[in-house]
Every structure is written in structure tokens, then in C-alpha cells.
Design a protein around this ligand. Structure first.
Ligand code: F6P
Length: 553
């Protein structure tokens, strides 16, 4: 088995280095289109409502076969099934990864963690639905006896990014309640929100799996004190608080009664948790039916992931494209470009989902990895991205693969705006592929009246090399069902990459050190007395300078 995997990796990596039989370099894409008029059909797949087009990459039939052989040798299907069955695939924390169970219909096979997990999840969903309906109906009221009119979700990382992204994507004029998200501990974030909040009618969700995250708890205390002051006491403030957490004792200690706590098990990772109690802001902000449709959409992708053969399986193929770019071609950055302003928080969600999961340097066995793992992921919605960083994708010194997400039908009446948006999205993928050669540019410049010297001076600057890969994901429209599919597609892609790279995509030990080091620094900032023995010269110097500047004020 290990030998098979090593051989499969060698085959993939060799294809990334060697010229193809027709003499073209392994990274070139244009010759593949020239040689195969059916390339789009051959290198695109449908799953649920989504279309994944990876024909604008340098993957040819030989590369695809080698990548699929790698997926087989690495045991991707067995890993997927073990995750779905509820084995402790998060080995370093001894935990299961059961986010699929959150959206599984009752009695789903594989068992997604067994009947106790299913019962726990169904019970929480039922409580969330009842709570949501009670809030919307005005049966659940504020301390002053008024219906709640606004929701504030306090959370960070997975307790913020997924719900905030989905709310941004799906909220519209008919949404039942406006939701605001407070994430950063920066007081400026709170100050920015304050004018839009009415404490008398505000329902506050404290979203934290651990209920110990310093930033979230500091914001929760700040908001609780503000509520208490505005409403006339802590008891009255408590009537506005809800906790979304797996740490029930900490919720109780914070003063939130059990009937206001919505729990989820430690088998749900933060960045996979928007489908759990952590998604309550979505249920409140979008309505229960739309939240349920989001779960159903994710389930649709789960079913595809669990049953489609590797060669047809969208998450597997998306993961294999990443392996091709990172490991065969050495491209260790990727841009995410949703051509839909409603998806403007998607890059932020994917940054956490992918980089917190795949930013690992040792294998499950604790050995240094033999090859690179997760790439840097960044993004911005199109067309805005075109006017910021796309220059680098077109002419930078190395290619950066892009995921371009297109939505066929808009939910607004301005047809021409949408057609312009789509034209630009398609044009970017076309420009990345085709580039602009010197001959056609020369002709164009001559037609525009430029002289020969001027043309030759400018040509090198104006040529676009092309041959830059992109993957396009096409959705018929953006609604809860398709968004659920899209997010689950990326979740499963991450899990598949964990199996391919042999890493644990469900832990995040790397973020702990900074949290530990912040504690003594906070003490020193509070006391105004830095401890030179504790710090390197730079940190000490900065600390002293900050204290000096603060004293000056
Ligand atoms: O610090 C990283 C992290 O642990 C994320 O994995 C998680 O989503 C985030 O912090 C928030 O954690 P919690 O929900 O426990 O407050």
C-alpha cells in the first residue's frame, strides 16, 4: 500500500516535470484545447446543481489517470467512509469529524456516528427550529416584553466566518431579522456596530465551541455589560443572551440558563460548524426553511461525495486539481474569485477552511512531509479583484491558479449588470488561458498608429504569456440549496486533500502558541511593566515603545 502510494506520487510528479509525448511542456494548456475539440466535455463534471470545469488546467488524460490512481492508492474512499462512519479521523485530538451528520436525514447510511449522534443532532435542530419560530412569532420576547428585532452574533473563526459568509450570501429584503456579526476584539469593530444596535430589542448569540476564546469572551462581557446598563441589570441582560457552544458548564458560569444554550458535540470542527447550533444566526436571519434548505443542499453534495466514483466525484476532482498545481507544477498559491458580490465573504471562509485544515508540515504519523501541503488561499469578488490583484495573475512571475465561481441567473432585475459581470468572469478565465502574443499586439499597435521603435519598446510589457490555469464552478443561481452544495464541495475537498497528503485536516495546533504568548503580554501592557526576561529584543522594544506612546497621550 505505502509502496503503491509512493509510486503513484512519483507518477504524478514526473508528469509535472516531463514534456508530453507531443513535445508540449506539462504546464501548457493551449495545446490541449487545440488537440481536443471535446476538451470541455471531457474535463468538466456535474454534481448536484454544480458544474465543475477543470478543462482550463494543464491536466490531460494521462495526468488525470495518474491523479485518480493516486487517489485510489492513498485510500481516499476508505478515508471518506471512515469519516462518515464516525471513526476518530482527527487522530491528534482523538475526535470524529461528523459535520456530515449535521445534515444527514434520519437513518442515513453510512451511520454518521451512530444513533446517539443522530438523536443529539435532531434534538438540537428541533430546539433551534422551535426557538427560531418563537423569536419570529414574537413569542420569545425581550426583557422589556418586546419582540426581538435584531440579532448580534459574537464569535470568531469558525464561529463567525461560515455563518457571516452564508448570511451575506443569502439575506435579502424578505429576510425576517437583520443579523450583525462581531468578531474582532478590536473595540473599533464594536464602535462601528453600536449605532445600528437597539439594546431593547437585540438578541445576542455568543457563539464559541470552547466558550474560552479570549476575543469572543471579551466581546461577550463587553456586550453583556452594555445590555445590563441599558436594560437595568444583569438579570434583564441575561434574557437577551443565547449561547452556542459545546462547553455547557462555561455557558452556565456566564449566566446563560440551559434552555438558552444550543450545544453541539466535540465531533464538529469549528470551520465545519455552520450547519450546527453555530448556524442559529442563519436560522434567525434567513428563516428556518432557508436554513433547512442550506443543510439539504450540503446533504446533496454529501451524497454525491459518498457515492460518485472517484472520476466523477467533484470534491475528489477539485482536490486532485490542487495536487496537480501544488505538487506536480509547484504552484503554491490559489485565488478564489466569486463573481457574485453576495459571496464576498467566501474567500475569508475558505481561507480558514483550507489553510487552518491544510497548513500542516507533518504527516499523521508525525513525520515531516515529503512534499508541500496546503497552498496560500486568497480572494476577492470579481469584478473588484480585476482592479486589484489580477495583474499579478496575468503577468506576475509565476502562475497562480484561480477558482472562478459564476452564477448563471441573478436575483435582481438589472439584466445588463449581470451580463457584464458574467462576461468579465468568463473573460478572465479566457485571458488567463490564451494570453496575448507579440504578433497580434504588434499588429494592433500598428493599426493604432504607433511607430516601430515605440512598438518594440512596449511589446515586452504588454505581452501576456497565458497558459495560466483556472477552474470554473458554475451555479444555476445562488440560493440556500446551491450555496450548501458549494460549501460542502470545499469541505470535502479539504478532507480528500488530508487523505492525499497524509495529514490531519481537522486539528489546528499551530494557532495555540500565539494565544499562550498573548497572556503575559496582556499582563505587561496592563501593568505597564515589561519583563525583559520573557521576550526577544524586537518584541521587548516594541512593547516599550507602545507603552511610551501610550504614556505620552
Ligand atoms: O483559534 C482557532 C480556532 O480554534 C478555530 O479553529 C475556531 O473556529 C476558532 O478558534 C473559534 O473557536 P471557538 O468557537 O471555540 O471560540
Amino acid at each position: 500500500m505505502a509502496g503503491d502510494v509512493a509510486a503513484a506520487w512519483t507518477a504524478v510528479e514526473r508528469l509535472g516535470r516531463e514534456r508530453r509525448p507531443d513535445g508540449s511542456p506539462p504546464w501548457s494548456i493551449r495545446p490541449l484545447f487545440a488537440a481536443d475539440p471535446a476538451r470541455f466535455a471531457r474535463f468538466s463534471r456535474r454534481g448536484g446543481d454544480l458544474l465543475l470545469d477543470f478543462s482550463k488546467t494543464a491536466i490531460d488524460q494521462r495526468a488525470l489517470s495518474a491523479l485518480l490512481a493516486l487517489a485510489e492508492a492513498a485510500g481516499v474512499e476508505a478515508w471518506r467512509d471512515a469519516m462518515a462512519r464516525g471513526e476518530a479521523v482527527n487522530a491528534t485530538e482523538g475526535r470524529r469529524a461528523l459535520h456530515m451528520a449535521l445534515r444527514a436525514p434520519q437513518g442515513a447510511v453510512p451511520a454518521n456516528g451512530g444513533p446517539e449522534v443522530a438523536a443529539e443532532i435532531q434534538a438540537t435542530l428541533a430546539r433551534m427550529a422551535a426557538f427560531t419560530r418563537a423569536v419570529h412569532a414574537g413569542a420569545m420576547r425581550s426583557a422589556g416584553g418586546e419582540p426581538f428585532a435584531q440579532v448580534l452574533n459574537i464569535g470568531i473563526g469558525g464561529s463567525d466566518l461560515g455563518p457571516a459568509m452564508a448570511y451575506q450570501a443569502l439575506a435579502g429584503p424578505d429576510s425576517p431579522l437583520p443579523v450583525r456579526y462581531l468578531s474582532n476584539v478590536d473595540g473599533h469593530a464594536w464602535r462601528e456596530l453600536l449605532p445600528s444596535l437597539d439594546p431593547r430589542r437585540l438578541l445576542v448569540l455568543i457563539a464559541s465551541k470552547t466558550f474560552t476564546t479570549q476575543e469572543t469572551m471579551a466581546n461577550a462581557r463587553l456586550v453583556k455589560a452594555w445590555l445590563a446598563e441599558a436594560l437595568g441589570g444583569e438579570d434583564r441582560a441575561a434574557q437577551h443572551l443565547v449561547a452556542l457552544s459545546s462547553n455547557l458548564s462555561a455557558c452556565a458560569a456566564f449566566g446563560i440558563p440551559p434552555e438558552r444554550v444550543f450545544a453541539f458535540g466535540d465531533y464538529i470542527g469549528g470551520r465545519f460548524s455552520l450547519w450546527s447550533a453555530i448556524g442559529l444566526s442563519l436560522a434567525l436571519g434567513l428563516g428556518w426553511e432557508r436554513f433547512a434548505a442550506l443543510l439539504a443542499g450540503a446533504r446533496r453534495m454529501d451524497e454525491h461525495f459518498l457515492t460518485a466514483p472517484l472520476a466523477e466525484n467533484l470534491p475528489v476532482l477539485l482536490a486532485l486539481v490542487e495536487v496537480w498545481h501544488v505538487n506536480a507544477l509547484g504552484l503554491r498559491r490559489r485565488a478564489v474569485l466569486p463573481y457574485d458580490e453576495r459571496l464576498r465573504r467566501l474567500p475569508a471562509h475558505l481561507q480558514q477552511l483550507e489553510m487552518e485544515s491544510l497548513g500542516k508540515r507533518v504527516s499523521l504519523a508525525g513525520e515531516p512531509l515529503a512534499r508541500h501541503s496546503g497552498p496560500v488561499v486568497f480572494g476577492e469578488p470579481g469584478t473588484s479583484a480585476q482592479h486589484s490583484f489580477m495583474q499579478l495573475l496575468h503577468q506576475g512571475s509565476e502562475p497562480v491558479p484561480a477558482d472562478v465561481i459564476l452564477i448563471a441567473r441573478p436575483d435582481h432585475p438589472w439584466r445588463r449588470q449581470h451580463l457584464i459581470l458574467l462576461a468579465h468572469g468568463l473573460a478572465q478565465t479566457e485571458a488567463l488561458l490564451s494570453g496575448r502574443d507579440a504578433d497580434s499586439l504588434r499588429a494592433e499597435m500598428m493599426r493604432a498608429g504607433a511607430g516601430p521603435a515605440e512598438i518594440e519598446r512596449l511589446l515586452p510589457h504588454r505581452v501576456l504569456p497565458g497558459e495560466r490555469p483556472s477552474v470554473t464552478i458554475l451555479l444555476p443561481r445562488l440560493d440556500p440549496t446551491t450555496l450548501g452544495q458549494l460549501i460542502a464541495l470545499y469541505e470535502h475537498k479539504v478532507a480528500v486533500l488530508g487523505a492525499l497528503w497524509g495529514i490531519n485536516p481537522f486539528d489546528q495546533w499551530g494557532v495555540e502558541l500565539g494565544k499562550q504568548l498573548a497572556a503575559p503580554l496582556l499582563e505587561e501592557l496592563e501593568s505597564g511593566r515589561p519583563d525583559p526576561a520573557r521576550h526577544d529584543a524586537s518584541t521587548l522594544g516594541l512593547l516599550e515603545e507602545i507603552l511610551r506612546l501610550q504614556r505620552e497621550a
